[in-house]
Write a protein of this length. Structure first.
Length: 266
């Protein structure tokens, strides 16, 4: 039996997927460690415990993500591939009707367009500013003394979202502090944070064009506040994936590991 491993090392989380006979048999999402090697070892421990496997049971492995250039220090990897390709591949494998993938990670935001065969048509990435990323939400949640998980649900209780003017995450944080000092409710500030985040993502997406069907991947896909704002502003309903939206890059890496191995052994 052949087993394919995909590992996606992001700036905030690490993800791993094991694929066997075109089925996901193990998956895990963890917070990244200080060293990429430690993140990989922790991921391997989890997915191997789920399957009873060891490194020798892995036929081929591909690494991807923000930290993929540091993955060569771990001898389990056969090669690394861009997260753009991996996210497109993983999303298409889950739903072949998809044409646009909005991936919002901790360090960057990517909008990926694929064709009817799942091939990359176009993409755009914002990695110069934290304002459209998970780090922005994390910073705002900390300022509001909320957990990242609380930021979405509490915002849905707001009837009067606060407007955040500044696009820079540092200045936006100062705005949030001022709103707190002015006595504004956390739910209204949180709603403003999520709305501002959605608007920045859409501004990026419009540069490559948005074609339905559309899905959202990455950790921010789990923030109901950002998610619902994106749907409302775009006037669409996103396609929900049957798997955790955070594992899509790692899944794509596992699928590409299978293809790469089969190509090399024809």
């Amino acid at each position: 039996m052949t087993n394919y491993l995909g590992i996606d090392i992001g700036s905030l989380t690490g993800k791993a997927v094991i694929l066997t006979e075109d089925k996901i048999i193990a998956q895990k999402v963890i917070r990244v460690k200080k060293l990429p090697k430690a993140t990989v070892e922790e991921l391997l421990k989890h997915v191997f415990s789920q399957t009873g496997m060891s490194r020798t049971d892995i036929t081929y492995c591909i690494g991807t993500g923000y930290g993929r250039h540091n993955l060569q220090i771990v001898n389990v990897f056969d090669e690394s591939i861009s997260e753009i390709t991996c996210h497109g591949t993983g999303a298409y494998w889950l739903n072949q009707n998809l044409r646009t993938i909005i991936d919002i990670g901790g360090q960057d935001c990517k909008v990926i367009r694929i064709d009817e065969k799942g091939k990359l048509k176009n993409f755009i990435m914002n990695e110069k500013c934290a304002a459209g990323t998970g780090r922005y939400l994390e910073l705002m949640a900390e300022t509001l003394k909320l957990t990242l998980e609380e930021l979405g649900p509490i915002s849905l209780k707001s009837k009067t979202p606060i407007a955040l003017i500044d696009n820079c995450s540092i200045f936006a944080q100062a705005e949030v502090i001022q709103h707190i000092s002015d006595g504004n409710k956390k739910r209204d500030i949180a709603a403003g944070v999520n709305k501002a985040m959605a608007e920045r993502v859409i501004n990026l997406a419009e540069k490559v064009g948005i074609q339905q069907e559309i899905t959202v991947t990455g950790g921010v896909a789990k923030n109901i506040g950002v998610y619902s704002n994106l749907e409302r502003i775009l006037n669409v309903k996103f396609t929900k994936l049957e798997e955790d939206p955070q594992i899509v890059g790692a899944l794509g890496a596992a699928i590409l590991a299978k293809r790469s191995f089969e190509k090399k052994n024809r």
